[in-house]
Design a protein around this ligand. Structure first.
Ligand SMILES: C[S@@+](CC[C@H](N)C(=O)[O-])C[C@H]1O[C@@H](n2cnc3c(N)ncnc32)[C@H](O)[C@@H]1O
Length: 451
């Protein structure tokens, strides 16, 4: 049975604005760097630096356009083929970038040649280049027929939402067929700024201050610490609560992982350890939860990230966070393993990941996750809680790792996550945050306790 799909509807005009040629050039350069293997965030930072004095709106455009070109790469190449501009291997990376950009502006931004032409045509934003202006013009102006039918729904969805086929297959095993399109769409949606409101402030009190300062935001049902910014700009970073250190950028799902570590009353005065603390997002939230009579022990294999965590803790005056080596896990009441993972739940923020990942890499990550869980668990004292978490939506890195661990460790048992988070965030007893069901990315966490 064949299945068809429709070309996407363009973003609302205010999302895209009217980029200057300079901003378009920076986005194109960043995309070329991503094609050359550079991580997207770094590619954007470097392109912005090279571009020099761009205004705030233009800088946001560069970051957005670069993410969009990675997000919709398969769809854009498919459309190019429809218009006789096959993306073939022989095409220069710079040509590929121009083709994708022109088609992105047409299909996802509703741009016409009068608008797009000045952004891409010669004397051109990119060198080297072999594609002619007339070919780019054709991509934007020639009528585009409806996409031809595909031989399966999965193929149609993989093209429409631009996912590699192997990942599409994995994702289709995670949710009901009726939810698959919504899941893929949510993984391509530009994420809003999500904030953790630090105690003693509450989301309601901060929301009221933000209203006074003209920044729209909303609370998230069932997530006691979260506030999501509705304002598309970055004005929230200039507001009083932000300047006073009352707000931290943190995904709603990450806040739920911290909630799974314990209720405030359970954690106050306790010792928590964060084995993979990275730049400290969850370690700082744990520090607020244990309070100044508790302790947070933070470790990571990356010295650079730990240094960042140390600096953030210092700035917030959170003296209960320390970075001992080794971590003395036997003294901890709660240990968080926020494991390195595929990041498939965070593709909305880091869309280049989907083109770098392979099935073999996911299996390699699952091996690392099993080893990390194993070596951490060994050190825990009886009665201690072990929370294993990822920002992956793939079973292999989530339930797969935890079930394998529990099968070999009768001294640990799973505690039902619904004791700590709302049942709508729970699947099979574990925390499962789905990006198509709630705000933010996809997350997983299991709460285990040593007998
Ligand atoms: C998902 S990130 C942690 C994010 C962090 N907890 C936060 O909330 O911002 C995973 C971290 O694991 C670290 N890592 C990788 N292998 C590790 C290992 N064997 N032991 C400890 N940390 C490791 C990485 O450097 C990375 O910072």
């Amino acid at each position: 049975m064949t299945t068809s799909f429709a070309w996407p509807s363009p973003h609302p005009p205010e999302r895209v604005g009217r980029p200057s040629r300079k901003a378009a050039t920076a986005a194109l350069k960043a995309h070329v760097a991503v094609l050359g293997g550079e991580p997207l965030r770094r590619a954007v930072t470097e392109a912005l630096h090279e571009a020099g004095n761009l205004g705030g709106q233009e800088r946001r455009f560069v970051a957005f356009a670069t993410r969009e070109l990675s997000r919709h790469m398969r769809l854009l190449d498919f459309a190019a083929r429809q218009l006789g501009q096959a993306p073939g291997k022989s095409l220069l990376k710079e040509d590929q970038a121009l083709v994708r950009y022109a088609l992105w502006r047409r299909l996802l931004c509703g741009g016409d040649w009068a608008r797009v032409g000045p952004e891409v045509r010669l004397p051109g934003p990119l060198r080297p280049r072999s594609i002619k202006d007339v070919a780019l013009e054709r991509l934007v102006t020639e009528p585009l027929a409806a996409p031809p039918p595909q031989d399966s729904t999965e193929t149609a969805l993989a093209i429409r939402h631009s996912f590699p086929s192997w990942l599409m297959e994995r994702l289709s095993a995670e949710v009901a067929p009726t939810e698959l399109g919504a899941l893929l769409e949510s993984l391509n949606r530009e994420p809003a700024v999500q904030l953790r409101v630090r105690p003693p402030r509450t989301p309601a009190s901060v929301h009221a201050v933000l209203v006074e300062e003209g920044v729209a935001s909303h609370e998230v049902e069932g997530v006691a610490s979260a506030l999501v910014v509705d304002d598309p700009g970055l004005r929230v970073f200039e507001t009083r609560p932000m300047r006073e250190g009352a707000l931290q950028v943190q995904d709603v799902g990450s806040q739920l992982i911290v909630a799974l570590c314990g209720r405030p009353a359970e954690l106050t005065g306790r010792t928590a350890a964060d084995v993979c603390a990275g730049a400290g997002g969850k370690a700082l939230a744990l520090a607020d939860a244990v309070g100044n009579k508790g302790r947070v022990l933070a470790g990571d294999t990356s010295r650079r990230r730990l240094q960042e965590a140390r600096e953030r803790a210092r700035q917030l005056g959170l003296r209960q966070v320390s970075f001992p080596s080794p971590l003395a896990l036997e003294t901890a009441d709660v240990v968080l393993v926020d494991a390195p993972c595929s990041g498939t739940g965070s593709l909305a923020r880091e869309p280049d990941t989907k083109w770098r990942l392979t099935a073999a890499r996911v299996s390699e990550l699952a091996r690392t996750q099993r080893e990390l869980l194993e070596s951490t668990a060994e050190a825990l004292r009886p009665g201690a809680v072990l929370v294993y978490a990822t920002c992956s939506v793939l079973r292999e890195e989530n339930e797969g790792v935890v079930e394998d661990f529990l099968a070999r460790h009768a001294e640990f048992h799973r505690e039902d996550a619904s004791g700590w988070v709302e049942p709508r965030f729970v699947r099979g007893g574990d925390l499962r945050v789905w990006p198509h069901h709630s705000e933010g990315g996809g997350f997983y966490a299991a709460r285990l306790r040593r007998r």
